[in-house]
Design a protein around this ligand. Structure first.
Ligand code: URP
Ligand code: ZN
Ligand code: ZN
Ligand code: ZN
Length: 472
């Protein structure tokens, strides 16, 4: 199958230019002006930007959490992702203490196989370091192609790991070629503050935010960054929400530590006041870290602009308002943490970022796709528009407008966190490996066509001969 995309404006993390793209099979075969090809289907992209498909490095699909399971699974979640311009996700595979890592990976393959409509990969959660885990990790990287490990510094008595585990994971990752990811909040302090709030009868959703103030995120971020410097390892801080954490990442980077940071659309456009909505509606906006006061938004935008934060993840972790979020009525600690974000990540960053002049078009591509590909061992197969790369492409109409709403979204949940928000710029058509998943805003994909991607080690390229290094 051949396709020739004509008349679009191609945008990568470094360049913007007019050109045609020839796709043969799953890959980009040629890029140039006035290309012709016998037998190719012609796709007119006049008036559109052509972006590399988005890479969402932070999703939780079909994940058990807080006594329930996230509403979106690998079928609805990846379908919604595709509508939003995302063609690859990296989902968090949860492990259980005392059980082989391989069992957890098997479970995640079972959840995703025959369901995903776009390609996907896994990060692996590390909650303990012992001989069994150390024995297994080399094959997790080499055979499973999982080169990123997530350590939770919060969720005491659930996911939280101690500092020894974090430090030894950093040392091991350095040795094996992995990237350590942290959920950076001080879980012990949060545990104390939440217990105290409940004792004082403070049970409403807003206390979720008030018991996890920015300082606990800043402290944990700084601690993880220092331990990374000590280990000479590499760190990726997920879902950075506040100035306190940005400062610590900037400081670590200025010292030459290999520390990277991700933020999410919700922290850029929503604020803590959403948790105060009446009728328990604040529960819709309960996730961790929590939404912050509005002043933090400018700090996050500036951090993306100046390169202190390099990626935008969704932290998709969706629960229905009716039937799931309401598990926490009368006790905010029982509200399942997370929100439905996967579909609107791209649109919000384009509309609020590029259209409003906060970031450049090329930074947009870097933040939504290229940098994640480079950090997580997917580049250059994914994350750019180049000959030989997968034909994962988004035809994006920058002048079209759309109102975000649960009544039109493709996620399985009963609300949208950005309900009523008007965004400029619409992903009109989306191709995954040369085939349409979304065509003119209509679903054209099929469950099971998305494939599991084994990723390269940290700092290495994927799918090129030898072990060539990637420049991040
Ligand atoms: O509240 C959130 N973010 N839920 C998902 C799990 C996590 O901490 O990333
Ligand atoms: Zn168009
Ligand atoms: Zn987290
Ligand atoms: Zn998360």
């Amino acid at each position: 199958m051949k396709k020739l995309i004509k008349n679009g404006t191609i945008v990568t993390a470094s360049d913007t230019f007019q050109g045609d793209i020839l796709i043969i099979g799953e890959q980009i075969a040629a890029i140039g002006l006035n290309l012709t090809e016998n037998g190719a289907e012609i796709i007119d992209a006049n008036g559109c930007y052509i972006f590399p498909g988005g890479i969402d490095p932070h999703t939780h699909l079909d994940m058990p959490f807080g006594g329930t399971v996230t509403k979106d699974d690998f079928e609805t979640g990846t379908t919604a992702a595709a509508f939003g311009g995302t063609t690859t996700i990296i989902d968090f595979c949860l492990t259980e203490k005392g059980k082989p890592l391989k069992d957890a990976i098997k479970t995640w393959h079972k959840k995703s196989k025959d369901k995903a409509v776009i390609d996907y990969s896994f990060h692996l959660m590390i909650s303990e370091i012992n001989d069994q885990v150390l024995d297994e990790l080399p094959s997790v990287i080499e055979e499973e192609g999982i080169s990123s490990f997530k350590v939770f510094m919060a969720y005491k008595n659930v996911f939280q790991a101690d500092d020894e585990t974090l430090f030894r994971t950093l040392l091991t990752a350095k040795e094996l070629g992995g990237l350590v990811m942290v959920h950076a909040e001080n879980g012990d302090v949060i545990d104390y503050l939440t217990k105290k709030a409940l004792q004082e009868g403070k049970t409403d959703p807003v206390y979720h935010a008030l018991t996890r103030p920015p300082e606990v995120e800043g402290e944990a971020t700084g601690r993880a960054a220092q331990l990374t410097g000590l280990a000479g390892s590499q760190l990726y801080v997920v879902h950075v929400s506040c100035a306190e954490a940005v400062e610590k990442i900037a400081e670590a980077r200025s010292r030459g530590f290999d520390v990277w940071g991700e933020t999410c659309p919700q922290y850029l456009v929503l604020d803590q006041s959403y948790l105060e909505k009446p009728e328990f509606e604040g529960a819709k906006y309960v996730w961790s870290p929590p939404l912050r006061e509005k002043k933090h938004q400018d700090v996050l935008w500036n951090a993306m602009k100046t390169g202190v934060l390099q990626t935008l993840g969704s932290d998709q972790c969706s629960f229905d308002f009716n039937g799931q979020k309401d598990l926490g009525k009368g006790d905010f600690t029982k509200i399942p943490n997370g929100g439905p974000i996967i579909e609107d990540r791209f649109s919000i960053l384009y509309s609020e970022g590029v259209s409003k002049g906060r970031i450049s078009l090329n930074q947009f591509v870097d933040l939504t796709s290229t940098k994640a590909a480079k950090l997580f061992g997917l580049y250059p197969k994914k994350g750019t528009i180049a000959v030989g790369s997968d034909a994962d492409l988004v035809l994006f109409d920058p002048s079209a407008e759309r109102t975000i709403s649960a009544s039109t979204h493709h996620m399985a949940v009963d609300y949208n966190a950005f309900e009523g928000m008007e965004v400029k710029g619409v992903p009109v058509s989306v191709l995954s490996k040369g085939e349409f998943v979304v065509r003119d805003r209509q679903f054209a994909g099929k469950a099971g066509t998305g494939q599991y991607i084994k990723r390269a080690k940290y700092g290495e390229q994927l799918g090129t001969a030898g072990s060539s290094k990637v420049s991040i």
